[in-house]
Design a protein around this ligand. Sequence first.
Ligand SMILES: NC(=O)c1ccc[n+]([C@@H]2O[C@H](COP(=O)([O-])OP(=O)(O)OC[C@H]3O[C@@H](n4cnc5c(N)ncnc54)[C@H](OP(=O)(O)O)[C@@H]3O)[C@@H](O)[C@H]2O)c1
Length: 290
Amino acid sequence: MKKKILVLGAYGFLGSSLCPILKKFGFEIIKHGRNKESETNFNMSDLSDVQRSLKILNPDVIINLIAFTNVDECEKNKNKAEMANVKVVKILTKAIKNVSMKNNLHLIHISTDQVYNGRGLHTEEDAEPINFYGKSKYMGEKEASKIGSTILRVNFIGKSNKAGKKSLSDWIVESLREKKKINVFKDVIFSPLHISNLCKNIMVVVEKQLSGIFNLGSCNGMSKAEFAFQLSKLLNLDENLINPVNLKQVKLTADRPLNMQMNVKKYEKMFKVSLDDVKEQIILTANDYK
Ligand SMILES: NC(=O)c1ccc[n+]([C@@H]2O[C@H](COP(=O)([O-])OP(=O)(O)OC[C@H]3O[C@@H](n4cnc5c(N)ncnc54)[C@H](OP(=O)(O)O)[C@@H]3O)[C@@H](O)[C@H]2O)c1
């Protein structure tokens, strides 16, 4: 029998791509959001409401995508960031412990490469967040690891299906199509997966349910400027509009790590999966806009 999966934060950027894919592969999905229109909208800051809802819904797997992800806004509004990125996870793990109607109820918690700083490739032990978004996500990981969960540190690219939320590639493609100049960091390195590949790997985790912290990205990385150049080439856009800049040249509220490139060998070994090159992810991203 296919597993019943409760997706928290299902109406966000990642959730809007993940839920249809999980459904397509035959999983039973329950989508949690904060709106009245959401399939379920219990209050994640109320332990008894969460416990009551988990008892009724009785999922086999919970995937937690809830987060406050705007890096600069997290710095300005630490309470809001702490609520979404730490307290919600604390309440969730407490509720799972208290209810635990299914012995094998498994939590998959999504975290971020923003927990890293300094020289990459980063292994899972390297976490050293430098902004409040990264710090709060790291604290959230600590809460999630109190129960046997899978914590995935990710970064992803591709077209956003969430109304009102633009992805990195949405911003690049829209700006270049509108003939606008953009500043893109040439010294910020990341190793993202295309969102479809991330979703497929989350399905692997749903099936295998191995506990621990895992980096999940492409097997190598590149700078954001290089990413923009390669994407624009594949879409025949004007690359002269891309202005490669250093992080220091741009004034931002929160500090940013320069190198978030992840070593994904632990994930590959444990889940017996081979992760693709970042160039493959750019080809998939370009296809989103054709
Ligand atoms: N986007 C990226 O590039 C990226 C990169 C690395 C890691 N990640 C991680 O990937 C995961 C998913 O990110 P995403 O881009 O899909 O984020 P997103 O689009 O901002 O979605 C997050 C969802 O969480 C919900 N939420 C926020 N605070 C909440 C609260 N206090 N109670 C209940 N729900 C709340 C939001 O609801 P509303 O819609 O009602 O606000 C939203 O639907 C996160 O863990 C994030 O840290 C993202």
